[in-house]
Design a protein around this ligand. Structure first.
Ligand code: FE2
Length: 247
């Protein structure tokens, strides 16, 4: 397997017919299938609009109609990680785990869904992260997937709902050898920056983007492209962000 596809912030809605989450997700999944047959799919949080079994199972069945590939999921602020773990044990469901080794690559799945100070914010359990870190192979190339960005980014209102203990996480990340990417969701938009040989990359929402030029309240940009990230694994790791127009 030499490809990981990241989809984020699906906000899957079962019933509301005017809600575009299902339609836009199908655009994304069709586009992925047009490009690749074999890939690992990662869902980086905010999977469903309502965190109950019915929504999670409906989303799982919906995606399964497009692909039989392996699917891993991490929770976002709209998710219920306890329920996701229960479904992963009891049903055919997305895989929930901390670490995946693919050849010379270590893929880390981080849970940031512990509630932050502000509604929508998040926190990680740093002691737990250190335990995961201790399992990483010294010379592997590494990607970390997490829902919340570990530093403040975007509109003023959004800066309040990034990772509460992001400073401590960033310090801990700096000790990791060959951390190539940290790929996050939550921001419903396109951001990329490189810090000390690590690319911090957002994944756009498969549903709708935020207008980060509006600083005082949450505003959606219905015109902006939806999209997904692709990571190509070889001796090194590279990425592309694929966009799809919804106008
Ligand atoms: Fe989110």
């Amino acid at each position: 397997m030499d490809k990981i596809v990241q989809i984020s912030d699906i906000h899957f809605c079962m019933k509301d017919k005017s809600h575009s989450s299902r339609k836009n997700l199908s655009l994304v999944l069709n586009k992925i299938n047009g490009l690749y047959h074999e890939y690992i799919l990662v869902l980086s949080g905010d999977l469903v609009m309502k965190a109950d079994s019915a929504h999670y199972m409906a989303l799982y069945q919906y995606i399964r109609a497009f692909t039989r590939n392996e699917i891993y999921a991490i929770p976002g602020n709209h998710d219920d990680i306890a329920l996701m773990k229960k479904l992963a044990i009891q049903e055919e469901f997305f895989k929930i785990q901390d670490l995946l080794e693919i050849g010379i690559n270590d893929i880390v799945f981080l849970d940031s869904s512990e509630k932050g100070e502000h509604l929508g914010g998040g926190k990680i359990d740093l002691a737990y992260f250190e335990a995961i870190k201790s399992k990483l192979r010294e010379n592997s190339n590494k990607i970390i997937f997490i829902h919340h960005p570990p530093f403040k980014i975007g509109a003023e209102w959004f800066k309040k709902i990034c990772l509460d203990n992001g400073d401590l996480l960033m310090k801990s990340l700096s000790e990791i050898n060959n951390l190539k990417y940290l790929a996050y969701g939550h921001c419903h938009n396109y951001f990329i920056e490189e810090r000390e040989n690590t690319v911090f990359l957002s994944c756009p929402s498969s549903w709708v983007q935020f207008d980060h030029t509006e600083h005082h309240e949450t505003k959606y940009d219905q015109q902006k492209e939806i999209g997904f990230n692709v990571f190509h694994l070889s001796d090194d790791i590279s990425h592309e962000t694929v966009t799809i127009s919804v106008c």
